[in-house]
Design a protein. Sequence first.
Length: 288
Amino acid sequence: MVQSLKIRRTSGALGAEISGVDLSGPLADGVVAAIRQALVEHQVIFFRDQILTPTQQVAFGARFGPLNIHPYVTGMAGQPEVMEIIKEPSDKINFGGGWHSDMSFLETPAIGSILYAVELPEFGGDTLFSSQAAAYDALSPGLKATLETLNAVHSASREYSAQGTSAQKRGSMQVAEADGYVGEFVHPMVLVHPETGRKALYVNPAFTLRIDGWKTSESKALLDYLFQHCRYEAFTTRFAWAKGSVAFWDNRSVWHFALNDYAGQRRHMRRVTVDPWPKMARARVAAE
Ligand code: SIN
């Protein structure tokens, strides 16, 4: 079975398409290990022509770690680990329509996300991915050394608090406002990947509020610089979905961005999100 897996790189910085595997069935340990190896090596992997029920998607995801239940997005009835990411023709805003790393606003951020395409617009709706390992590699030794000493504060406050703007505008998605204080969590600005040892930048425009110990105004210049740098075209790949496509990305080294260029059409995806195992403890900080 492992021998039938074919892995083809899709871009210079990240991304590989894997064929020769049916994700719906029980997978041998060796196949799961090969997929995991491809994920950490290529940072985002793609599969085509899959047919997955929500239960099968949960079973596939669970081979890589415990599945996350999103604190603000209501999961499927009876299967809370499955997020339905839907943009109806009448919706203006899409879910994930800005560069981010999933769940960096949690104390223990998700390690991976598995997205399955159920229904797609006739055109558009691609997803962009950007390698934060490549973004780190391209920095000067001086800035690398500085960033390695710094932590950043992440929070869901911009996206999901009552004051957050995007949550209310997402239309049909079952996105709840956070009930009260959403918490702030500190993560290193440079993550050392626990499986590959490769370093990657770990800040993102959606959830990173400031550098720990710095004022928001002091942090802004450096974070703005990094947010610009981290999406440089050479660090990216773009995935054009078809019904039955699956993308599996490593949130520890990849940003992603769901394009919203299909006004008036429907797009329906299902996501399961893999938590670390065991969970790592992170510091919780008070609001600034
Ligand atoms: C997400 O941010 O998980 C959504 C990505 C997409 O719908 O392409």
